[in-house]
Design a binder for this molecule. Structure first.
Ligand SMILES: NC(=O)c1ccc[n+]([C@@H]2O[C@H](COP(=O)([O-])OP(=O)(O)OC[C@H]3O[C@@H](n4cnc5c(N)ncnc54)[C@H](OP(=O)(O)O)[C@@H]3O)[C@@H](O)[C@H]2O)c1
Length: 265
């Protein structure tokens, strides 16, 4: 396993079903771990006492400055809940955009969790997945060192399905657990190891489990991945079915703003 000095890690989505495991895993790795939360009382109930809390709302750009201060790394496991101000556009996409913007000239490692089947434009999740895919595009356009992890269906593993399998090209797109399953705890393990594995940088992959034992060290799996093409908006091998010239104007403007800030071509 790659070892390195402890980081200051910001987790957005920290009180969620995956985010809270990410916080615990990050603390277990010795990182100073800051949880971006909307509700401090809830956070104190579900997060380890060692977690630093910063109260913010990712739909409110003004609230994010303190959250990102001095962060060496940011893990994003946000999920909208369908409330009036919690649409996929506002949270799954807008939250990522607002955090990237709040970073200004800082250049932390970014680890973004999205979902398997993200390039499917035809399943019942199409709308949500399109916004998550646009958030991936923002991260790639940001020029920051990133890893994008697209997990399969949470915690639906059979009793012997523990061996992590990294896939690329997003070819499993039925929108059902047949596409792949993965334990939440293992997602947290992958997200946190990606923070310090040099071979994870610039990679996008689907994460599922197959029959076999869990692995402690994921470096060989990261090293076997194909990097995303420089300057590409999508992950390596992804179907080109979201042409930029048919994207909403404000989405194109968000991409341009991030590229302009970082000088990314
Ligand atoms: N279920 C599956 O099998 C599966 C598979 C692949 C991918 N996914 C995707 O994984 C994502 C995360 O899953 P999960 O189960 O961890 O989600 P979750 O339990 O609903 O957690 C979502 C997190 O986002 C936070 N959040 C939402 N709106 C926010 C805002 N405006 N500002 C700050 N934080 C905000 C929530 O905070 P609060 O606690 O304050 O609400 C919570 O911490 C989902 O988007 C889902 O689509 C799911």
């Amino acid at each position: 396993m790659t070892t390195s000095s402890p980081l200051t890690v910001l987790v957005a989505g920290a009180t969620g079903s995956v985010g809270r495991l990410v916080v615990a895993e990050s603390i277990a790795h010795g990182h100073t771990t800051r949880a971006l939360v909307r509700d401090a009382a809830k956070a104190r109930r579900v997060l380890p006492a060692e977690a630093e809390l910063v109260v913010a709302d990712v739909t409110d750009p003004g609230s994010l400055k303190a959250a990102v201060t001095d962060a060496d790394a940011v893990v994003l496991t946000l999920g909208s809940d369908g409330g009036a101000h919690s649409s996929p556009e506002n949270v799954d996409y807008g939250g990522v955009r607002n955090i990237l913007s709040a970073l200004a000239d800082r250049a932390p490692r970014i680890v973004l969790m999205t979902a398997i089947g993200i390039t499917s434009r035809s399943t019942g999740y199409g709308h949500l997945l399109d916004w998550k895919r646009r958030s991936e595009r923002l991260v790639r356009a940001s020029g920051l060192p990133y890893t994008i992890v697209r997990p399969g269906w949470f915690d639906m593993n059979g009793p012997d399905e523990h061996r992590p399998l990294f896939l690329q090209g997003d070819t499993r797109r039925t929108g059902t657990p047949a596409d792949g399953v993965i334990a939440r705890q293992q997602i947290a393990q992958v997200l946190v190891q990606a923070l310090t594995a040099p071979q994870a940088v610039g990679r996008t992959f689907e994460l599922v489990a197959e029959n076999g034992e869990a692995l402690e060290d994921l470096d060989a799996l990261f090293a076997a991945l194909t990097p995303d093409a420089p300057g590409a908006l999508d992950g390596t091998g992804d179907e080109e079915n979201m042409p930029l010239d048919r994207e909403p104007a404000h989405v194109r403007a968000d991409l341009d703003a991030l590229r302009d800030r970082t000088g990314t071509p």
